[in-house]
Design a protein around this ligand. Sequence first.
Ligand SMILES: [Zn+2]
Length: 260
Amino acid sequence: MARGNALRVARQLTLGLVALALLAGTWLGQRRATSWEETLWVTVYPVVGGEDPATADYVAALSREDFEPLTGFVAAEAARWGVSIEKPLRIDLGQTVGLPPEPPAEPSVFSVMAWSLQLRWWAWRELADAPGPSPDIRLFAVFHDPINGVALPHSLGMKEGRIGIAHLFASRHMRGSNKVVIAHELLHTLGASDKYDPMTNRPVFPEGYAEPKLQPRYPQRYAEIMGGRIPVAPQSAEIPRSLTYTRIGELTASELRWIE
Ligand SMILES: [Zn+2]
């Protein structure tokens, strides 16, 4: 009896320690990722998400240069917030991979948790034979056929495992706005939160505004990257055409640990 109890206590203690180690690992990883002392390595893995052969051709023609403006955007914004690192990010283009597992249709705490584990397991398997060390951030860019009026699945970025999935249109006209989507999900993986109203898709004032102190308030000149859109009037906001029309606001800067 006493022996059984001792074993049970030992087992619980072990489980507790494992959970603590996992938590500490996540926390340390997050601290390191947002210490902004070393360049973070980001790899974008393209995914063919459409049936049209033109989409596969578009993906095959992608190069690292297509994603390079993201590094310039983050470097310029980091400098604007007084972060002294010269090259906060380095972006590589990884191998083309298959479709990631779909998020649960009816999200609950457990289904989302199970899916998040499934996604990390899928990423690990897909990239098991990728050459070199694994990057700090893995972004899966799913390119869909550019059909007018079709809504794309929701893009997402997770701090856990630092994985993002960006749903994009395989179209040269969308190259600019595609990078805005990728930047948004990339910053989620580093702890930035959404700053828009999910019911209306309009940025929340003041944190979802790039220049909340602008007078008059409308039209705003830029979109706050986690607010997602440029508020042009109290009831209206536009999708930025490129990162040129996008800024990182104060709350996002503090979530990224750029400011205290
Ligand atoms: Zn978001």
